[in-house]
Design a binder for this molecule. Structure first.
Ligand code: F6P
Ligand code: MG
Length: 478
């Protein structure tokens, strides 16, 4: 594609890459999970036509899994009426109709989810069915301790931020305190990206304290191997000080559940601290990479908050199987969640938090194509003070999922979104793939030498687990 990087891309044929493992081990499991979910849903309907249609989607999913596991060619996508199908199919042709185990990782993984989506979109009864919804909800349920602690913390913070008491501190002291708080909120948001690996879903009271300024949170800072939080704070603070009237921050979302929860926590904090005057959230249009946010996940989150008692106190399927009764919410916990709901629904009703889906996010290419192929979206993002990209896939797309030397500056690896682009980009990413840029000389080697880091196998294993993170800023307005 004309807009893409010329640096070689990660391929599913590369034995040392996470791409190789994803294609052979992870994708068949994901497809099996989708088949199981749909199978159960079919069992719950009495509508014969819906059952028949559901069964035919199940067999299409099984066919897709067979093709994948037998290294067949990727076949052209069926036209489900959306404009992106043509470009997917054109790209397939340009790639020479590749096979599953020898294809650029990024494109083939996007193709996988896009193809799954066509099966539902072309149906009558399952058009809006999300095969990943149950998984997303149950992961969210299991992060209950963290959600409760954060709700409480957020409400306390809101009270402080809205009480507008004059502070006895000097301006410098105040700014330093604000910076600490900003960093803390961003770190919570950053580590929330580890949730799809279940790293942060079962937080205990002590665990959550780790994220809230205690010594242990400081310790986790060591795992942020490139860290531009300070520069980001200074940028937002300067805009606030300059009295710029409209100061929008955008968040290109990643996962639903706990990660979306912490994203909205960050959004609410930025608004109440007056570091932004509006926050635009960008979800996906279709179920994507299992846990990514679709608009319904946002409304589901608000529904959970408003019906917190019934959500948390009625046993899940899993609880029922184990004969477990969930603990009741305390008065304090219930009231924290309902206060949080009030606060967020007010911000939403006032138009300060906005949801703005766009088909571009589920296309098969990288964000190097943004200026060239999605001009209106690019213009919109340029009018934002800061665009935050959450998570691993967004990072892969920003950097083209290419095999850069890890010391390549982030500003260079994002190509057309780099300096002079007019757009400010901040990546908040826990590393779960091969690509990484912007590291100090020798850092990749140091991490490879650590236990499980990959050693001299040629694989960058340390970057697959979500244990390490990068926070990288590019001020494209300069
Ligand atoms: O780890 C495999 C994978 O599917 C990657 O392809 C993708 O980048 C990541 O998981 C999803 O992570 P995230 O939700 O942080 O984008
Ligand atoms: Mg994701």
């Amino acid at each position: 594609m004309e807009f893409d990087t010329k640096t070689p891309l990660y391929q599913t044929s590369d034995k040392t890459s996470f791409a190789y493992i994803s294609a052979r081990d992870r994708w068949p499991i994901i497809l099996t999970g989708a088949i199981d979910d749909l199978h159960k849903a079919i069992g719950k309907t009495d509508d014969a036509e819906k059952q028949t249609e559901g069964k035919s989607i199940v067999s299409e999913l099984a066919k897709l899994k067979y093709e994948l596991q037998h290294d067949r060619q990727l076949t052209p996508l069926a036209d489900d009426g959306q404009g992106d199908i043509e470009s997917y199919n054109k790209e397939l042709e340009q790639l020479g109709n590749p096979k599953w185990f020898d294809v650029p990782w990024l494109f083939s993984e996007c193709y996988l989810y896009r193809r799954m989506s066509t099966l539902f979109k072309l149906s009558t009864h399952w058009k809006n069915y999300d095969v990943f919804n149950k998984q997303k909800m149950s992961t969210f349920r299991s992060s209950r301790p963290a959600v409760l602690e954060l709700a409480n913390r957020y409400n306390e913070l809101s009270k402080q931020l809205n009480s507008k008491k004059s502070s006895p501190q000097s301006e410098d002291e105040q700014m330093a305190a604000e910076k600490v708080l900003f960093t803390e909120m961003c770190e919570i948001c950053l580590w929330g990206n580890a949730t799809d690996l279940s790293l942060l879903t079962n937080l205990t009271y002590e665990d959550i304290q780790k994220l809230q300024g205690s010594k242990a949170r400081k310790a986790a800072e060591k795992n942020i191997i490139a860290n531009d939080f300070e520069a980001t704070f200074e940028l937002l603070h300067a805009a606030k000080k300059a009295g710029t009237k409209d100061r929008r921050v955008d968040i290109v979302l990643d996962n639903a559940g706990f990660e979306l929860f912490v994203d909205v926590i960050l959004a609410g904090y930025l608004l109440q601290a007056d570091l932004a005057t509006s926050v635009v959230l960008h979800p996906k249009n279709i179920p994507w990479f299992v846990s990514d946010v679709v608009p319904k996940d946002f409304s589901d989150l608000l529904t959970v908050l408003v019906n917190a008692k019934s959500f948390y106190e009625s046993p899940s399927e899993d609880d029922e199987a184990k004969g477990v009764t969930p603990q009741k919410l305390s008065e304090q916990e219930s009231s924290d969640l309902s206060l949080l709901f009030q606060n967020w629904s007010e911000l939403y009703a006032e138009g300060k938090i906005v949801l703005r889906p766009n088909r571009f996010w589920t296309e098969g290419g990288s964000y190097w194509r943004l200026p060239g192929t999605a001009g209106a979206l690019f213009e919109d993002l340029k009018s934002s003070e800061l665009v935050i990209f959450k998570g691993d896939l967004n990072y892969r797309k920003l950097t083209g999922d290419a095999a850069w030397d890890p010391t390549t500056p982030f500003t260079q690896a994002i190509g057309p979104l780099g300096p002079g682009s007019g757009m400010r980009t901040l990546a908040l990413r826990t590393c779960k793939a091969d690509v990484v840029v912007g590291l100090k000389q020798g850092e990749d080697e140091r991490l490879r030498e650590m236990e499980g880091g990959g050693g001299d196998s040629g694989a960058r294993k340390w970057a697959w687990s979500g244990k390490w993170a990068v926070v990288q800023l590019c001020d494209g307005k300069k």
